[in-house]
Structures are given as C-alpha cells and as structure tokens.
Design a protein around this ligand. Structure first.
Ligand code: HEC
Length: 127
C-alpha cells in the first residue's frame, strides 16, 4: 500500500513540474538577465549599420585594423571618455562618422553592455 502512495505523490509532483516548466519556459531568464535597453539596442544597430566589426573585434571576431573593443569600457587604459573622443573625432586611421551626441551615448551603452557580458574573456590568460 505505501508504494502506491509514493508512486502517486511522485507522479503528481512530476505532472505539476512538467506543467510549470512547459508553460513558463525560459522567458523569465531571458527577460531579466539579458534585458537590452533601448539605448543598447540603438547602439548595437549603429555598430552593425556602420560596420564597425570590419575593423574592430568583439569577442575575438572581426577585423584587425582597429583595436579589440570587447573590454575597452573597463580597460583602465581606455574607458568611456577615451572611446568617446574617437567616436567624436575619429583617429589617424579611424574614420569620423559625424555621430550625434545621442548616437555616441548609445554606442557607448552598447560597448558597456558587451563589456559586462565578457566574463570569461576577462578571466582568460593572454599569453
Ligand atoms: C576603417 C576601419 C575602422 C572602422 C570602420 C571603425 N574603426 Fe574604430 N578605430 C579604428 C582604428 C584604426 C582605431 C585606433 C585609432 C586610430 O588608429 O585611428 C580605432 C579606434 C576606435 C576606438 C578607440 C578605442 C581604442 O582602443 O583605441 C573606438 C571606441 C572605436 N574605434 C569605435 C568604433 C566604432 C563604434 C565604429 C563603428 C561606428 C568604428 N570604430 C569603426 C578603425 C576603424
């Protein structure tokens, strides 16, 4: 007799669990942890539209004319103001795209977001 009770309670738990997993899915994870604000999305679109990846790398992929930008935001040698200067005026080889102040802010938000996601990239030993 107790066996059937154990079986039924396990079966009911399994059924409830299945319904919860099936109906909730992974939506809550994606909306909280990977939430992209409007500014980040705009910055990402600008980054794609102006094909920054042709000269710069993100997560190790992209062109090699310009520097890697994945961790540029938290890099003590570079950081926000340094990047803004290049976005405002260009550089010796970096083109000046004549961005507005808002566009520059959005691109910086995107690069800041990229920087926060680069956890393994930061802990990797570069030899
Ligand atoms: C034609 C190639 C090219 C393109 C396209 C390009 N860059 Fe650059 N970028 C460079 C180079 C080269 C540098 C280094 C400074 C220099 O030599 O002018 C640089 C420097 C920078 C820097 C300063 C960071 C550092 O480590 O020096 C930032 C930020 C940056 N670029 C962002 C962007 C963004 C955002 C875009 C797209 C809107 C973009 N770049 C498009 C070539 C490019």
């Amino acid at each position: 007799m107790p066996r059937i009770i154990i079986f039924l309670s396990l079966f009911i738990t399994y059924a409830i669990y299945s319904v919860v997993v099936y109906s909730k899915g992974t939506m809550s994870i994606s909306s909280s942890a990977f939430h992209e604000s409007e500014k980040i999305r705009n910055g990402k679109e600008l980054f794609q539209q102006y094909n920054c990846i042709s000269c710069h790398q993100l997560y190790g992929l992209g062109g090699y004319l310009g520097p890697e930008l994945t961790t540029a935001y938290s890099d003590p040698q570079r950081g926000e103001l340094y990047m803004k200067a290049f976005l405002q005026a260009g550089g010796p080889r970096m083109p000046n795209f004549h961005f507005t102040k808002e566009e520059i802010d959005d691109i910086i938000s995107y690069l800041k977001y990229v920087d926060t996601t680069a956890v393994t990239y930061k802990t990797r030993q570069i030899q």
